[in-house]
Design a protein around this ligand. Structure first.
Ligand code: ADP
Ligand code: MG
Length: 234
């Protein structure tokens, strides 16, 4: 019914309880093409992170559908959803979210092991070499700079070869030069692997490098998105 890798149909979601309940997503419909890079932008509190979590199957909407390659994530049970997430979706967070008691190598190998992939550690080592951390395999997150930690997180997200990569302000905790290097890495790897990327960012320069931007305002898509003439366009 759809050629899109991601299709959200009239997604609504409220979060919080009682007086703190907030209508966060108020009827979002959005399609993303295979291989596309979409920059999700908008003011703080507009629902960007929540929308990413819905796309990644980490939040269930109250209403509407979330199709990943035609499969409706809202219809899946928890186990099935976890399997889809592990195999098909990579996630990168602003604050890296590495396991502090695990080395870089163990952090990257973990999702591969959970997915039952053979050769998890060998693959993790290759991925870390690709992001320039071949000499940091046995470092713990606290022994790495912010930029290095985000490279580990990118290696971890990409190691299972996901169809879709979502990134929530991946450069938000990094200085300008480090952020640019991390963005170069993320966009370069996304292109090499033919993955689809949905990225939240406050950095207009980074948003412009996406194929198009989608502006969010108070839980709604604000206006028709336009091509940005990005470097990633085929
Ligand atoms: P953004 O990423 O664009 O800054 P978020 O998706 O994080 O926005 O949050 C959107 C809105 O939803 C905010 O008003 C926030 O306070 C609210 N919100 C997010 N998570 C919860 C929650 N667990 N309970 C109540 N409100 C929430
Ligand atoms: Mg956010």
């Amino acid at each position: 019914m759809t050629g899109k890798i991601i299709a959200l149909e009239d997604v609504e979601l409220s979060l919080g309880d009682g007086a703190a309940r907030v209508e966060v997503l108020k009827g979002i419909s959005l399609g993303v093409e295979q291989g596309e890079a979409v920059g999700l932008v908008g003011p703080s509190g507009s629902g960007k992170s929540t929308l990413l979590m819905v796309m990644a199957g980490l939040e269930r909407p109250d209403r509407g559908r979330v199709l990943l390659d035609g499969e409706d994530l809202t219809q899946l049970g928890e186990d099935e959803l976890a399997r889809v997430r592990g195999a098909r979706i990579g996630i990168v967070f602003q604050s890296f979210h590495l396991v502090p008691t695990m080395t870089a190598l163990e952090n990257v190998a973990l999702p591969l092991e959970l997915a039952g992939r053979p050769g998890a550690f060998r693959r993790a080592e290759e991925e870390l070499a690709i992001v320039g951390l071949g000499k940091r395999l046995h470092h713990y997150p606290s022994q790495l700079s912010g930029g290095e930690q985000q490279r580990v997180a990118i290696a971890r997200a990409l190691a299972p070869d996901p169809a879709v990569l979502v990134a929530d302000e991946p450069t938000g905790n990094l200085d300008e030069a480090t952020g640019r290097a991390v963005a170069d890495l993320l966009l370069g790897l996304k292109r090499e692997r033919g993955a689809t990327l949905v990225l939240v960012t406050h950095d207009l320069a980074l948003a412009r490098r996406c194929d198009r931007t989608v502006p969010l305002r108070a839980g709604r898509i604000a206006e028709a998105d336009a091509p940005t003439g990005a470097q990633d366009a085929a």
